[in-house]
Ligand binder design. Structure first.
Ligand code: ADP
Ligand code: ASP
Ligand code: MG
Length: 438
């Protein structure tokens, strides 16, 4: 079996959905289980509704209706009914809820609708069925970024596997969404459909998880921003994880966890160029001391924490990290000295609450106009020559550094600098360490 996940742009238009069907039908011999994201732009629209209250129902219905009308001369009545009823029912259910739970119920609509459309369209040519993952993945109630509960999720996916084996159909599973054990809808975090695909791959014992997107694979830099970026044909789980965590949007950072546990290879491929070379993510490669990619985050928050008399005392770092973890904020980079601890974080709606807690026991300053450029590659941080070369380049550019971090696994060298310097520095370091066309 293989898992094939199609992202937002791959299900963004009627044309792209035709392409998705073609790619899926070409893999029938490998027993595909399909996972889809919401139609491109739909999750953002739903998030906007949550945040501003703007009524987006007509826009939402129209967007999907346009896709349907292009795919079918006479759309199946059942599909049109699903579109109208699911939208109505989901919004009505959300109206009874509050906070993050309400938000998850609303944003779950995108994947429910896209999976129904894609499932119905594939079913015109081969047996296929929509499968809503609230019936598959069981999570805790950390709405917005829920954590999977292993046993019941495994049980449900195994049941699906048996059904597929018996009845030989292609399931089209909603990415991104799940439910608590009492059936309340949760989500796995923005961009979480990649993670859904990896989870399915793990519980199914799949031969491969394929992430089909709008680029050929993982590149040495974001191909949208850097013309010199090249495809990386093979990369380790560890490198890919690091790249994802430090800004390469092509994969959700949690995707690698289940793949590593299950030893399942991940492939990233281009929906629109299915025969083009791809990236395969595997356990090991033989590269060492070689920068394989540059990742960037243009806007992060840097928090400096001073508490002179307590610093480096037992439990102080733990206290800081528990403040962030209670606010559901994950820390990217930490740097500690005798006099202060600095961390970088992605901006987060609960940041203010966390800062207030930190101020109860320390002095805190915040710098919001910073970004991160990270070099990634197996054991690069153990190469003094490389570190020297990078420092010299930054000095020549006259860049002021807020923080430098050498990842403990030796796989990541990150510099924190002014947001405005991120793009220029990333390009220069890419040219220096990786170069253009080889
Ligand atoms: P999907 O909708 O298929 O999930 P995403 O937009 O989430 O797709 O991810 C694909 C995008 O990731 C690409 O269009 C590309 O601009 C961006 N990206 C950022 N860094 C990288 C990288 N190192 N390699 C490939 N793509 C990258
Ligand atoms: N639709 C969700 C999002 O936009 C999940 C995904 O696309 O992976 O975040
Ligand atoms: Mg994505």
């Amino acid at each position: 079996m293989i898992v094939m996940k199609f992202g937002g742009t791959s299900v963004g238009t009627a044309e792209s959905i035709r392409q998705v069907r073609e790619v899926v039908l070409s893999k029938l011999g490998e027993q595909p289980v399909v996972v889809v994201s919401a139609v491109s732009g739909v999750t953002n629209l739903l998030v906007e509704h949550v945040q501003t209250g703007r009524d987006v129902k007509q826009e939402l219905l129209q967007k999907h209706r346009e896709v349907i009308d292009e795919l079918w001369q006479t759309p199946p009545e059942e599909l049109l009914q699903y579109l109208a009823e699911t939208t109505e029912q989901t919004l009505a259910r959300a109206a009874e809820l509050e906070g993050a739970e309400k938000s998850d119920t609303i944003v779950s609509l995108g994947e429910q609708l896209s999976s129904k459309i894609v499932g119905s369209f594939i079913a015109e040519q081969h047996p296929a069925r929509q499968c809503v993952a609230t019936e598959l993945f069981v999570t805790n109630d950390a709405f917005g970024a829920a954590e999977i509960i292993d046993e019941p999720s495994r049980h449900n996916v195994r049941a699906l596997k048996n059904e597929v084996r018996k009845e030989n159909f292609v399931p089209v599973v909603t990415g991104f969404i799940a439910a608590t054990k009492d059936g309340r809808t949760t989500t796995l975090g923005r961009g979480g459909s990649d993670y859904s695909a990896a989870l399915l791959g793990y519980y199914l014992g799949a031969d491969e998880v394929q992430i089909w997107t709008d680029v050929d694979g993982m590149f040495t830099a974001d191909p949208r921003n850097n013309g010199e970026a090249r495809l990386i044909p093979e990369i380790t789980y560890e490198e890919a994880s690091e790249l994802a965590a430090f800004g390469a949007k092509v994969l959700h950072p949690k995707t690698m966890r289940p793949a590593v546990h299950g030893g399942i290879p991940i492939r990233i491929a281009n929906t629109f160029r299915p025969d083009a070379p791809t990236t395969r993510i595997v356990a090991e490669t033989f590269r060492q001391h070689e920068v394989i990619a540059v990742a960037t985050k243009t806007s992060v928050v840097m928090v400096n924490i001073y508490a002179a008399e307590m610093l480096l005392m037992k439990g102080f770092l733990a206290r800081i990290s528990s403040v962030f973890s209670e606010a559901n904020i994950s820390i990217d980079i930490v740097s500690a000295s005798e006099a202060s601890v600095s961390v970088t974080l992605d901006n987060h709606e609960q940041l203010e609450a966390a800062l207030t807690k930190l101020r109860e026991f320390s002095e805190v300053s915040v710098n919001e106009n910073v970004g991160v450029v990270s070099l990634i590659g197996q054991s690069i941080a153990r190469s003094p020559a490389l570190l020297g070369m990078v420092s010299k380049e930054l000095a020549d550019m006259g860049v002021e550094l807020e923080m430098v971090s050498v990842g403990a696994a030796g796989i990541n060298i990150s510099v924190v600098l002014a947001s405005g310097d991120v793009s220029g520095v990333a390009k220069r370091l890419h040219s220096l360490c990786i170069g253009g066309e080889k």
